[in-house]
Write a protein that binds this ligand. Structure first.
Ligand SMILES: C[S@@+](CC[C@H](N)C(=O)[O-])C[C@H]1O[C@@H](n2cnc3c(N)ncnc32)[C@H](O)[C@@H]1O
Length: 256
């Protein structure tokens, strides 16, 4: 599997040499991530190193748009305090945007950055080293599959997870995430946008099925949604970040 991943990454790097192929090569990377969507530290480390700590202009642009949607949804909740756990935070860019907004607008909050990789947590700490109020932030190495064990059942108010292959959306992770959320707890995570023409070629049959579902008024990520609903996570809303691109961001609420 690792060989296959390395081979795919090599192709991506070659494709990235040609400007017009950048999107296609990014998608190959996403596809590669999809293949390894498990808590395998070595494989994630390979991706982290090959993909410049998830830091590029395009990723930042998508995260910028995504963070605005997430902030709007969070503010709509009108909570007296926002206690956020981010799983799979990568380099912490998304969390830094959200934390900075809260601080600037005097909104009461606490933000816990977590990732499977110690490298990600070190990078996140470095990227947030100039954040003025460090006592509002927390950083931990944490496997999404162990949130309930480490932080406690029903301990979380808001869980965020983004990045195409967002860690909280692994099939095995959804029950753990659901268990870790307290009553009416919120999960915001993202999914691949199957309606994006760019991802169509990866599995046209499946995309056509999703496309027809969408035309019939069903949701583009209907199948994934079932897993959440089965785990008492009620679907609240979703938004396509950009039509041509991934991802779709979605919000769920824990119901008992
Ligand atoms: C595709 S990256 C996304 C990073 C960041 N959220 C973003 O949007 O750029 C996925 C992240 O999830 C982390 N990850 C993978 N498996 C995980 C697990 N089992 N528990 C926690 N984090 C995990 C990876 O280390 C990586 O940083």
């Amino acid at each position: 599997m690792l060989k296959r991943l390395k081979f795919q990454l090599k192709i991506c790097l070659i494709l990235q040499e040609v400007k017009n192929w950048v999107e296609l090569s990014n998608l190959l990377i996403i596809k590669a991530i999809g293949i390894i969507m498990k808590n395998d530290i070595q494989k994630w480390r390979t991706l982290f190193e090959s993909y410049n700590a998830w830091d590029d202009k395009r990723a930042r642009r998508v995260q910028g748009i995504e963070s605005k949607v997430i902030l709007r949804w969070l503010l709509d909740l009108k909570l007296p305090k926002y206690e956020i756990l981010e799983v799979g935070c990568g380099n912490g860019y998304m969390g830094s945007l959200i934390s900075s907004y809260f601080l600037k607008h005097n909104i009461d909050f606490k933000y816990h950055f977590t990732d499977l990789l110690p490298e990600c947590i070190e990078t996140t700490k470095k990227n947030l080293s100039s954040f003025p109020n460090q006592s509002l932030l927390r950083f931990s190495v944490l496997d999404v599959l162990k949130i309930d064990e480490v932080l406690g059942v029903g301990s979380q108010k808001i869980i965020l997870s983004t990045g195409y292959a967002s860690a909280a959306t692994y099939k095995d992770a959804v029950p753990v995430v659901a268990r870790s959320l307290g009553h009416k707890g919120i999960l915001i995570c993202d999914f691949v946008n199957h309606l994006s023409p760019i991802v169509f070629w990866i599995n046209p049959r499946r995309r056509i099925k999703y496309f027809l579902d969408a035309i019939k008024g069903k949701n583009a990520f209907k199948e994934q949604k079932k897993v959440f609903v089965m785990n008492n996570l009620h679907f609240i809303k979703s938004k396509i970040i950009r039509f041509r691109r991934n991802p779709i961001v979605a919000m769920f609420q824990k119901v008992d």
